[in-house]
Write a protein that binds this ligand. Structure first.
Ligand SMILES: [Zn+2]
Length: 126
């Protein structure tokens, strides 16, 4: 069970998707859950680092979340730099599709952001 704790965000994502189909769920619940899912995939989900190494290959070390690199400090810095420099976004997004779990995390992050926005609109309209 200890290992499963690392994957709670995937469960939260499934709950979130189901929650959108249930009209009884309050919009505030959707906002909170969407934010939790987004933050999980950005900072906690177990994925590959994906930073470009000097050999021009993607780093395959384990990392936590899409935004943080592996334990290699240079990679953390590289990913952070890629995030804040718009012309580098293409390079950054290439690293987001390196393997299936990274792809899933990327899709989940986009869904989380969209869901947060939609839930917020729903809250305001309610
Ligand atoms: Zn790395």
């Amino acid at each position: 069970m200890k290992n499963l704790g690392k994957y709670w965000g995937y469960v939260a994502l499934i709950v979130l998707i189901s929650a959108w189909w249930l009209s009884e769920v309050g919009p505030l619940f959707l906002v909170v859950l969407s934010l939790a899912v987004t933050l999980y995939f950005l900072f906690q989900a177990p994925v590959w680092c994906g930073a470009m190494t000097r050999k021009n290959q993607f780093c395959r070390n384990n990392s936590s979340g899409l935004l943080l690199g592996c334990s290699n400090r240079q990679h953390k810095w590289q990913k952070l730099k890629l995030t804040v420099v718009p012309p580098k976004w293409r390079e950054l997004t290439q690293g987001l599709w390196t393997n299936p779990s990274t792809c899933l995390a990327t899709v989940a992050t986009v869904l989380g952001i969209l869901s947060t926005g939609a839930a917020l609109v729903k809250t305001v309209m309610a």
